[in-house]
Design a protein around this ligand. Structure first.
Ligand code: ADP
Ligand code: NA
Length: 332
């Protein structure tokens, strides 16, 4: 049996959205005080599976680290580091490339989405992405991974890799990691289209709230969010077939920690003319201190690098022995 340990990562591939914040960052800090060891990673090796400008990547890596800290991840309580600084990730990913099957990779919906029609021309790394993700998690024997729903399929593949390794080598060396998909914001949707997730890669900036947006931008995007003309019902049950409305209420609930039905009890019978300004207020109130703290941290890049360097040393102390044992089991 394995000691409980949480691992999660975020790609430095551009700005962060409210989806990343509610689906990931906001929850990460909460796990720190549960007595479970928490390991959080800026996953730059994942980001480069699609083209990244080198200078932008360096800056984005620091920005994600700042976002972790601004969201409450304490580098003393958690291990916070950058993936490429701990070589065990890449090495373990290679070992897992020999365990995982090509067909598993082609089935991943994220690969299909990101590779698009011209998938033969995507990077080999983009196809093998889930193998590196399995390495991130299993190199720490992590037992649980807090993620949004979009990452569930990848996590299942991590479990498949662990199970196949254990089976092929007649061992129980790797845990079968559990996804932690909890709360009302496991899938924050686009503000322009209730059928798509809010994403930093959406070409429409109006579709998302960025962690760097100021109060005016946040209020304006919420005011312009797509909705219907119906008044709000008394409970969430009444929003079953109204995805845009449901999304806005879920965002309100996730930001405040209030139950969605309690929120609706207050707004029942009112339209979005009343609800949207209230949502804008809670969004600004929640986001403004985080944005401000991020900016403060970004003013001292050397300090961020120092924190990440210390985190990498601590991560390596766990990862390296597990990598060595894995090679030993495989006959190396
Ligand atoms: P992105 O999906 O924005 O490119 P990542 O793949 O690095 O970012 O995901 C970082 C974390 O944010 C993951 O845990 C992912 O599940 C979560 N996440 C991303 N988008 C959303 C969303 N719209 N709603 C909820 N969680 C999300
Ligand atoms: Na994602």
């Amino acid at each position: 049996s394995f000691a409980p340990r949480i691992f999660s990562g975020i790609q430095p591939s551009g700005g962060l959205t409210l989806g990343n914040y509610l689906g990931a960052l906001k929850r990460f800090a909460g796990y720190q005080d549960t007595g479970i060891e928490t390991i959080y990673c800026v996953v730059d090796l994942h980001a480069i599976t699609v083209w990244q400008d080198p200078e932008a990547l360096r800056n984005n890596t620091r920005q994600i680290a700042a976002a972790f800290i601004a969201s409450g991840v304490d580098p003393e309580k958690s291990i916070l580091f950058n993936q490429s600084q701990v070589s065990a990730h890449a090495e373990m990913a290679w070992l897992f490339n020999t365990v995982a099957r090509v067909g598993w990779m082609y089935r991943m919906t994220q690969f299909k989405d990101k590779a698009g029609k011209n998938s033969e021309n995507s990077s080999l790394g983009l196809l093998a992405y889930p193998s590196l993700m399995a390495a991130d998690i299993l190199t720490y024997h992590a037992t649980a991974v807090p993620v949004g729903e979009d990452q569930k399929q990848h996590l299942e593949l991590t479990r498949d890799i662990a199970a196949k390794f254990n089976h092929d080598y007649g061992t129980e060396f790797f845990p079968i990691t559990e996804p932690l998909i909890e709360g009302t914001a496991t899938r924050v949707m686009s503000l322009r289209d209730g059928s798509k997730k809010m994403s930093k890669s959406d070409p429409s900036d109006a579709s998302r709230i960025n962690l760097t947006d100021d109060a005016d931008a946040i209020a304006q995007k919420i005011r312009k969010a797509r909705t219907d003309a119906e008044p709000l019902p008394a409970t969430m049950e009444g929003l079953k077939d109204r995805p845009e409305a449901r999304n806005l209420v879920n965002i309100y609930a996730a930001l405040t920690g209030e139950a969605a039905d309690d929120i609706l009890a207050r707004f029942e019978g009112q339209g979005f003319g009343a609800f949207k300004p209230a949502l804008a207020d809670v969004a600004v109130e929640a986001m403004a201190p985080i944005t401000a703290r991020m900016n403060e941290l970004m003013a001292d890049p050397a300090e961020i690098d120092r924190i990440l360097g210390k985190g990498a040393d601590r991560a390596d102390a766990i990862a390296h022995p597990i990598l060595e044992q894995t090679k030993e089991i495989m006959g190396m």
